[in-house]
Design a protein around this ligand. Structure first.
Ligand SMILES: CSCCC(=O)C(=O)COP(=O)(O)O
Ligand SMILES: [Zn+2]
Length: 222
């Protein structure tokens, strides 16, 4: 068996990943989480080693509220298509590659929302969004009484490869997500179910943090 064959998935596994991605794309689109063709999704398939893996990823620049046969393609650990295709992988595929390499996770989801953009800008100088003693922190499998977490924020650059080392440096193994400043969130999990749970929890916590900052501001003004 060649290395290529060893790490590529069965046809059934690939079809399952595509079906799951289609459902998640439709679900997130219904929430308005892909404005203006933004956002990208991926699910890993086949065997995994940090230096060798494959995943299905959304193709670049497409209307993510539409379902078409051109929505996804399979790429390898360096973000290159691993099957003959005219499709272009997401412009942010290298970020997915790095998250898989660092964490060994099974799915990575990226969305742009007003709350994740506002909160990343508000706390940009601090380098993280603090969240204190909110029950939904448990969605990250953090069960400490009154847990406090810091969601990392990294700079956003037009040149995507320049973002990769920022993610490498900022990633906290306890926190399954990272914010790109004034851009969006990357959230991941062992599989699509877990990545979706994490993404939903992040979005709840960002809205909570945003509204809490407003309340504190109005309390200070009297
Ligand atoms: C139109 S949003 C700018 C690109 C972006 O941030 C994004 O998430 C979508 O890029 P893709 O290449 O994955 O379509
Ligand atoms: Zn983006």
């Amino acid at each position: 068996m060649t290395l290529q064959e060893e790490y590529s998935a069965t046809t059934e596994e690939k079809q399952r990943a595509l079906a799951e991605l289609r459902n998640i794309k439709a679900d997130f689109s219904g929430r308005g989480w892909f404005p203006g063709t933004s956002g990208n999704l991926s699910i890993r398939v086949g065997a995994y080693a940090p230096t060798r893996f494959q995943f299905a990823v959304t193709s670049s620049g497409r209307d993510k509220s539409a379902q078409t046969p051109e929505d996804f393609l399979f790429v390898d650990e360096s973000g290159r298509p691993c099957e003959a295709t005219a499709l272009k992988p997401s412009a942010e595929t290298l970020i997915h590659c790095e998250i898989y390499r660092l964490t060994g996770c099974g799915a990575v989801f990226h969305v742009h929302t007003v709350f994740n953009n506002l909160i990343s800008e508000w706390f940009a100088e601090r380098g993280s969004v603090p969240v204190d003693a909110v029950e939904l922190i448990k969605a990250f499998n953090i069960w400490d009484q009154d847990a406090r977490i810091d969601v990392p924020i990294v700079p956003n650059y037009a040149d995507i490869p320049s973002i990769v080392p920022e993610i490498t440096a900022a990633l906290d193994p306890r926190i399954p997500g990272v914010l790109l400043r004034n851009h969006g969130i990357y959230a991941w999990g062992a599989n699509a179910f877990e990545a979706k749970r994490h993404l939903e929890a992040f979005e709840f916590l960002f809205e909570y943090a945003y509204r809490m900052e407003l309340l504190k501001g109005s309390a200070r003004r009297g």
